[in-house]
Design a protein around this ligand. Structure first.
Ligand code: AMP
Length: 499
């Protein structure tokens, strides 16, 4: 199991995490991780006793995030990663839902009621007793909860038991030629489940994670320097992030000579992106994986061949991993050859945290070949062609923008919190098969003499409630929203308006 593997590396001085911040390089070793997480586990056991309420870990890319995560699970508690760039209102919503007895704040920002960096340092420097690293987590014990966009305007927490993570990591490692000391690249914040792929593939195989923080990712010069110094062999990111990197010609195998494999997940990988990567990185293979947070990161994979990339057609998401079945449901909910993708098997989440109703809507058990399997209704549409699975859109208003999952209803519900917004609808604008930006159609009930100024005001006000990537790029002000015959917002009519 994962934690047993981790304990094998605990006594070594090998690096497990490298992080460069403002020109300073921080290297964190397995021995330190083992020791610090032991201290955190001892602290939690001592202060919380039998109480197993999840622990919120707030921060960005500090190596102590890893110590906090592992410390929590060693103490038998699951953790809830919250990125420090999340707006305060959303952090509050998550904290209210979890009602944690302990919050670790590993950022430089203040967070009420949390153990801050000073307190954290005191804990890990304490002369606490050595602990047994192999705390026995049961398969069904929760390992982490990741919050993701919810259609009602409040994020929902996906609960992942230890069994799911373990099945996922075992399979994900089989996709790469893994051996101790491999460097994995980390792009996603720890509050997104894509980061679970690089973090636990790395920790589960004695590898080292090279983390790129938000500042580095937004400064091309720093980004390429960091990539060139990373010695990364395994790349893990969204396709959107690699598209950004491809914008510069220096992003090629010379910059990253050791790179062996690109692992993608989270959104459509275009054949154009795959082809450009193959041209620039002739020694690296490109693997597309697919899956939602609700089924532990990814459940299918396929190695993209040069022929697939060159054909220019939609790329497949591949074949399911062992332990997972992918089925399709038609509009009546019957098994079919194509339709909504139903994921069945050993990595399906235990449901949304403290949300029994939302959980029962999408998590259902099915009897397959005499076995009762947990299933998740993804809302993705798909089909099979020549033995390979394809993802072809959504049944609902969930979209992906630059790899980020957004419920349009989440943006709309938060826009409606602004006093000047009477009604609104948010629509995606597509280009090259992907969402390029969001447009908000807003009714204020008053004349808007300067739409640009009003849009800027609304954008700023909305930033208090939603993540930056959820804020619409364009605002269109209308006297009223067009409606269909049955009174619903006519999204088709809106999409035909000039944008
Ligand atoms: P998240 O929970 O943020 O990982 O988002 C999951 C959703 O991202 C899925 O339900 C799909 O809609 C989309 N997705 C993930 N991987 C892929 C992929 N390889 N191709 C197309 N869409 C994907």
């Amino acid at each position: 199991m994962l934690l047993e593997r981790l304990s094998n590396y605990a006594k070594t001085n090998a690096p497990c995490y490298v992080y460069e911040k403002r020109g300073e390089k921080i290297i964190y070793h397995y021995r330190q991780l083992a020791r610090d997480s032991d201290r955190i586990a001892a602290y939690l056991t001592e202060t919380l006793g039998e109480d197993k309420t999840p622990v919120v870990v707030y921060g960005h890319k500090s190596p102590f995030m890893l110590a906090a995560f592992i410390g929590c699970v060693k103490s038998g508690r699951c953790y809830v990663p919250v990125d420090e760039y999340t707006p305060a209102t959303r952090v509050e919503q998550i904290i209210n839902k979890v009602a944690p007895k302990c919050i670790f704040n590993l950022s430089e920002r203040p967070l009420q009621g949390a153990v801050d960096m000073e307190g954290f340092s005191e804990i890990i420097e304490a002369d606490a007793p050595e602990m047994d690293v192999d705390i026995q987590l049961e398969a069904e014990d929760l390992y982490y909860i990741i919050f993701t966009s919810g259609s009602t305007g409040e994020p929902k927490g996906v609960t992942i038991p230890y069994r799911c993570l373990d099945h996922f990591v075992n399979w994900a490692l089989s996709l790469v030629d893994h051996r101790e000391g491999l460097v994995f690249l980390n792009q996603a914040p720890f509050s997104f489940d894509l980061s679970v792929m690089d973090l636990y593939m790395s920790l589960g195989s004695g590898g080292c994670l090279h983390a790129l923080d938000k500042d580095t990712q937004s400064d091309y010069k720093e980004l390429y320097l960091s990539l060139s110094r990373s010695n990364a062999k395994v790349w893990v990111s969204t396709p959107s992030f690699v598209d950004l990197c491809l914008a510069d010609r220096q992003f090629n195998q010379e910059l990253m000579p050791k790179l062996e494999v690109f692992l993608f997940c989270g959104e459509i990988l275009s054949p154009k992106t795959a082809k450009r990567l193959m041209d620039r990185f002739p020694r690296a293979k490109v693997i597309n994986t697919y899956g939602p947070t609700e089924s532990t990161v990814a459940v299918t994979s396929v190695k993209i061949s040069p022929e697939m990339a060159a054909a220019g057609e939609v790329l497949p998401i591949g074949r399911p991993k062992p332990g997972t079945i992918l089925a399709f449901l038609d509009e009546e909910g019957n098994f079919s050859d194509s339709g909504e993708i139903l994921i069945l098997g050993d990595t399906v989440s235990a449901g949304y945290f403290k949300e029994p109703e939302k959980t029962s809507q999408v998590f259902k058990e099915y009897d397959i070949d005499g076995k009762r399997l947990p299933g998740y209704h993804t809302g993705d549409l798909g089909y099979i062609k020549e033995g390979l699975y394809y993802c072809s859109g959504r049944t609902d208003n969930q979209i992906k923008l630059n790899g980020y999952r957004i419920e349009l209803g989440d943006v709309e519900a938060n826009l409606l919190r602004l006093p000047e917004v009477r009604a609104c609808a948010v629509l995606p604008v597509y280009g090259s098969g992907k969402v390029q930006r969001l447009v908000a159609y807003v009714v204020t009930g008053e004349e808007v003499p300067d739409p640009l100024e009003k849009a800027a005001e609304l954008r700023e006000a909305l930033a208090a409630f939603v993540n930056g990537y959820m804020i619409p790029q364009r605002f269109v002000f209308l006297d009223e929203l067009p409606r269909t015959n049955n009174g619903k917002v006519d999204r088709k009519a809106l999409s035909e308006l000039k944008q």
